[in-house]
Design a protein around this ligand. Structure first.
Ligand code: ADP
Ligand code: MG
Ligand code: MG
Length: 489
């Protein structure tokens, strides 16, 4: 009968939780202690399942073609994540959507926040000039499509309690929404094969790709898609594929293609290769290397000036800079964007990394960083991983820039100190060995604003990335982190 079917479930749920928590406190889920031969077998199973599920990447040596592909690097096992902080990250996402959107509509704030940075950082200055030109001309399009990813680490206090701390928010080209839609099934499969049926049920469904596929008027016009590093093409193809399923034509173009074949008509309609474009989704354009010539900068400007919906528009791109992140942490700044919503302010501020953040400009702060560099991360205005400065290098850079405005090119941030968890990182040609790992949780946000009205504002899913604790920096694209899934505990 139904009660006897239910009773063992409840008992299991009750006994399971403290067990997992205890293991997590030791940084060591029990499957880590499986014997070596079993782990090796599981790794083979896992890789094949990743290939079956389409968790794919081109190989480095042939990144321009799909003749040789492999699995995107991932962890053998999912990583325990406390349910409360996971839910907290999901719950705050729609507020982050609103925040970046409101910042993008506040030219005075952006001007003030970025003033010192654009004096010393040419890349940010060029982006800012495009933003200014658009303001001068007036925005041609009143619809804004936002797809961002807010990234966090779980800071562990001395008493063992963990808290959600934001690493950064990415408002342009936020990646891995595609592949992370497929990794849950891989980990479920691995856990089942490992005899961990109960754990396998706790891997959450996750489908950022369908949430991220920018919706547009079907069959009317094309969406153009500018591409990031092509090794990760399958992540983008997932989203492209979703659009085509909904009969929304999608074309992929590089900035240099757009500069050659792109034009605006007298109504500022954007044409690329003779086809009118409804939505421009940027998977490129966030680092200086993406702009290989003056023509590529012209292409960005052309798209920004057009009536096409930009995802993101230039102002939203700037709202995601690290300098803005730092300014937001100053007292009273969040209140400017949520004047009547102290609850929202509190919810967002709770995710900021450390109260020191806002004092990080003066000499006092620099002295603090020089005295304890391991407590900090020094970040330039760059994206894509591998740019940050740590430890003794912080002292070198800060001392070299002493008394000069060069310092304003960086933000100084409290280092988040997550607990290490052991896992196996599976990557092509990599050794199968146990690593001490740190994880970063990303949450995807999507929204559409039409004029003053938010017509859609959602949390679209999550991404867990894990790296060996030997590396202080770098994402999956940089070859350091690998894809993972949270196992809620
Ligand atoms: P990017 O835009 O290049 O991804 P991030 O701010 O995400 O820049 O920094 C890159 C990586 O550096 C992160 O993925 C994380 O591993 C590490 N990192 C950044 N900020 C911190 C921090 N405050 N504490 C600890 N690690 C950090
Ligand atoms: Mg970033
Ligand atoms: Mg990052």
């Amino acid at each position: 009968d139904s009660s006897s079917r239910r009773r063992p479930m409840l008992k299991q749920e009750r006994s399971e939780l403290p067990f997992v928590l205890k293991k997590m406190a030791q940084g060591m889920p029990d499957y880590i202690t499986m014997d070596r031969a079993l782990i090796a077998d599981l790794a083979e199973v896992a890789k094949d399942e990743a290939l079956l599920q389409g968790v794919l990447m081109r190989i480095q040596e042939a990144s321009n073609s799909s003749e040789l592909v492999t699995y995107a690097p991932f962890t053998l096992f999912p990583t325990p994540v406390p349910k409360a902080v996971f839910l907290q990250a999901l719950a705050v996402q729609t507020h982050y959507n609103t925040l970046v959107d409101r910042i993008s509509q506040d030219p005075d704030f952006l001007q003030e926040a970025l003033a010192s940075t654009i004096e010393v950082d040419d890349f940010t200055a060029r982006l800012f000039r495009i933003h200014q030109q658009i303001l001068k001309e007036g925005r041609a399009q009143s619809i804004v499509l936002g797809l961002n990813r807010s990234d966090y680490m779980l800071d562990q206090a001395k008493d063992g309690s963990v808290s959600l701390k934001q690493v950064e928010i990415n408002t342009i080209a936020a990646s891995f929404g595609g592949l992370s839609s497929r990794t849950a099934d891989v980990h479920r499969h691995v856990l089942k094969v490992a005899g961990k049926l109960e754990e396998s049920r706790r891997i959450l469904d996750n489908d950022p790709a369908s949430g991220l596929a920018p919706s547009g008027p079907p069959n009317v016009r094309d969406n153009v898609y500018t591409q990031e590093f092509v090794r990760n093409i399958f992540d983008q193809r997932y989203i492209e594929s979703h659009l085509w399923k909904r009969n929304i034509p999608t074309i992929r173009k590089r900035f240099d293609n757009v500069s050659k074949t792109g034009s605006l008509d007298q109504d500022k309609k954007l044409f690329v290769d003779g086809r009118e474009v409804a939505v421009v989704y940027f998977r490129n354009g966030y680092m200086p290397q993406n702009y290989v010539s003056e023509q590529t900068w012209d292409a960005r400007l052309l798209m920004e000036r057009s009536v096409a919906v930009k995802c993101p528009d230039i102002s939203t791109h700037l709202a995601g800079t690290k300098k803005v992140q730092q300014v937001l942490a100053r007292p009273g700044v969040l209140e400017r964007f949520f004047p009547d919503q102290p609850g929202v302010v509190e919810q967002i501020r709770a995710t900021f990394a450390g109260p020191l953040h806002s004092r990080h400009e003066g000499d006092k702060t620099v002295a603090m960083a020089l005295a304890a560099p391991d407590q900090f991360v020094l970040k330039p205005q760059r994206e894509g991983g591998g740019n940050n400065i740590y430890g003794a290098e912080i002292c070198r850079v800060l001392q070299a820039a002493e008394g000069s405005s060069e310092r304003t090119a960086y933000i100084l941030m409290d280092k988040i100190q997550p607990a290490a968890v052991q896992n196996y990182l599976l990557r092509r040609d990599g050794p199968l060995e146990i690593s001490n790992c740190l994880s970063e949780l990303g949450v995807f946000g999507t929204y559409v604003r039409h004029g003053k009205d938010m017509v859609m504002n959602e949390c679209a899913g999550h991404l867990l990335r894990t790296k060996s604790s030997e590396h202080s920096d770098g994402g999956v694209a940089a070859g350091v982190a690998v894809l993972d899934n949270p196992l809620l505990v």
